[in-house]
Design a protein around this ligand. Structure first.
Ligand SMILES: Nc1ncnc2c1ncn2[C@@H]1O[C@H](COP(=O)(O)OP(=O)(O)OP(=O)(O)O)[C@@H](O)[C@H]1O
Length: 607
């Protein structure tokens, strides 16, 4: 079938499934509802039979009119038509109801699996895939897949109906049946032509819509910056042509979709004219009864409807199949971080050793080459270096968010790949520059790593960080709502919450990316106190941005282009006058209370 990635650029993990494989992936979702599926199939057969019975009964009535026997059989035929109508309604109701249940169940489980797969993905997956695209796989793609199941059931019902009508027509008159069948190639030709037009216009419409979504997402994400620079007009001007393009493309799609039915009806009308003409002549010459003639005229429309709807929904059908392919590709994407064993970690001491590690986000362009570094258990290490030096990369390998290509990374002398990942991660406290807070209260956020932590524990952790004064500044203390992403708290407060959260987690290793955003001196002092408390007794790797941190750590590691160029204590490195002094002059010196602009650079005597 060669499914096409309609409207979405292929991602790295996308794959093309053979029809057989796709079917094998799809079927298990329907299996638990087999009973309901059989019921639906039964209803479809019965519905098609009762629907085909109505024109048949009417044709008998027409014959009875012609032969003058209507008075005798009229009421029976009327009752038959009424009964068929009622039964068709009942069968259709059961069919729709049951298929809605089946489809609903399938989407429910598919979406759960897709969401589960998303949660299991490595961090690299999130770096590489725009979040909007992941969301659309879990939501609209699973919906599109549901459309396929509904359409498949409709399709089966319509094909059955065509089958019944064809048999009926042949039973009544082989010539006229063949004449009716003559229009089939015409319809199929038109359907194929339409399929091509519809698919191309649908794909364009999807793409233009995803451009609108992407633009909206970016605008909302950067709205503060846009407002700050008073760029609302420019943002609007950028949005307008994208929106207009979407309008034009959707209009074209509407034109194509609305164009096909009049054309198909025209062909149906021409076929009906031919049947009226030929059939009417046959009735007059006595070769055909009036009832048969009526049945054939009805047959054309009974025939026509399924064929046209198969044509009309073909593109939707394909779209749904490729949607299912996208969802399964997401579920089946192989993890990059692979553990070779599940060694229980117990309580880690926290020793870390990189042995000849080579790593690149893109393996062809390594960020770290043959990298060696040993961090003793309980040591506090500051990583410094210019932007892009590889500081965050080191922390991402320690947190096991990324897989390295060569070398070994040892944790307490055990290969990191041999550890039970869940247990290991629970012992790693990672704090990003801008701590992420989830919607809820301050207390909820502090409790996040250990939901069973009692109120006392949470209050004690909050009070321990920075002396706890910061809690008094919150309108409702620990019960203050943090707002979306913690926006209702100041940057300093968010950092304090993150530190209290770390106390509750009680990790053996802390990986902390210090905030670059400056906070007021009081909060700064509170954060410093909090840090001292949180880092004590743990192995800590701090991507340092504050002078007070680098002055107090056990060892500073200066990175440049993924290599260690210097290491030692703050005073020793300053005395050496090497690369550290450059970094110090650039990033830290101005934070010193003795700093005067333009004076007092530390002499750089190194390379
Ligand atoms: N997700 C990513 N995908 C591809 N390349 C990346 C990714 N993250 C970082 N890099 C690249 O890896 C190199 C090291 O980046 P890293 O983030 O480790 O630097 P850093 O020292 O932490 O810088 P900064 O202080 O600016 O955060 C850079 O060249 C960067 O472009």
């Amino acid at each position: 079938m060669g499914f096409i990635m309609d409207g979405l650029d292929a991602e790295d993990y996308d794959r093309t499934y053979r029809d057989r494989d796709l079917l094998r992936r799809i079927l298990p979702y329907f299996r638990p509802r087999m009973g309901a599926m059989f019921l639906v199939a039964g209803m479809i057969v019965l519905l098609s039979m009762t629907q085909a019975a109505i024109p048949l009964l009417v044709s008998y009535a027409v014959d009875a009119l012609q032969t003058g026997t209507i008075a005798e059989v009229g009421w029976q035929l009327t009752a038959g038509i009424l009964l068929s109508g009622v039964l068709a309604w009942v069968f259709n109701f059961i069919r729709q109801w049951q298929s809605a249940r089946v489809t609903g169940d399938v989407v429910l489980r598919l979406r759960e699996d897709a969401f589960d797969a998303v949660l299991e993905r490595d961090l690299s997956f999130y770096d590489e895939t725009p979040s909007g695209k992941i969301v659309s796989r879990v939501t609209s793609d699973t919906d599109d897949f549901a459309t396929v199941s509904t359409l498949t059931m409709d399709l089966i019902s319509q094909v059955l109906m065509v089958g019944f009508v064809t048999v009926l027509l042949f039973l009544r008159s082989v010539e006229l049946a063949l004449l009716t069948l003559l229009v089939v190639p015409v319809v199929i030709g038109l359907a194929l032509l339409f399929r091509r037009l519809a698919r191309s216009s649908t794909r364009k419409a999807q793409r233009s819509l995803s451009r609108v979504n992407a633009n909206l997402q970016e605008t909302m994400g950067g709205i503060a910056v846009a407002k700050n620079f008073r760029q609302e007009r420019q943002v609007y001007d950028e949005f307008r042509p994208i929106n207009q393009q979407s309008y034009q493309v959707t209009l074209r799609q509407g034109f194509v979709f609305s164009g096909i039915f009049p054309v198909l009806f025209l062909v149906a009308g021409l076929a009906t004219v031919a049947l009226v003409q030929l059939g009417g002549g046959a009735v007059l010459s006595g070769g055909l009864s009036a009832g048969d003639w009526y049945l054939f005229l009805q047959g054309v429309s009974l025939f026509w409807f399924p064929l046209t709807s198969i044509a009309a929904f073909w593109s939707q059908f394909q779209q749904g199949l490729s949607a299912s392919e996208r969802v399964f590709a997401l579920i089946d994407a192989p993890p990059r971080v692979v553990q070779t064993d599940t060694r229980p970690t117990g309580r880690l001491a926290g020793g870390i050793e990189f042995q000849g590690v080579t790593f690149g986000y893109d393996p062809a362009h390594p960020v770290l080459r043959d990298f060696d570094l040993r961090i003793e258990a309980g040591e506090t290490v500051a990583l410094v270096g210019h932007t892009g030096a590889g500081k965050s990369t080191l922390s991402k390998l320690i947190t096991r968010f990324y897989e390295f290509q060569e070398g070994r990374l040892l944790i307490d002398d055990h290969d990191i790949r041999s550890l039970e990942l869940g247990g290991y991660r629970r012992q790693i406290g990672a704090v990003p520059q801008v701590p992420f807070l989830f919607s809820g209260t301050v207390a909820d956020n502090i409790r996040y790593p250990r939901p069973d932590a009692g109120d006392d524990e949470v209050a004690a952790a909050a009070a321990a960080v920075g002396g706890g004064d910061w809690i008094d500044a919150l309108p409702h203390g620990l019960e203050t709502d943090v707002g979306e992403h913690g926006r209702a708290l100041s940057m300093g407060q968010r950092q304090l919450v993150a530190l209290a959260r770390l106390l509750i987690q009680d990790p053996a290793i802390v990986v902390l990316d210090e905030a670059t955003a400056s906070v007021d001196p009081l909060t700064e002092a509170q954060i410093q106190e909090g840090l001292d408390l949180v880092l004590a007794g743990r192995t800590s790797i701090v991507i340092a941005h504050r002078l007070s941190t680098i002055e107090h750590v056990d060892r500073i590691i200066v990175l440049d282009h993924g290599r260690i160029v210097e290491e030692g204590s703050h005073t020793a490195l300053l005395a050496r006058g090497g690369r550290y002094c450059e970094v110090y002059n650039t990033y830290f010196r101005h934070q010193s209370p003795n700093y005067r602009a333009g004076t007092g650079f530390v002499a750089v005597g190194g390379d």
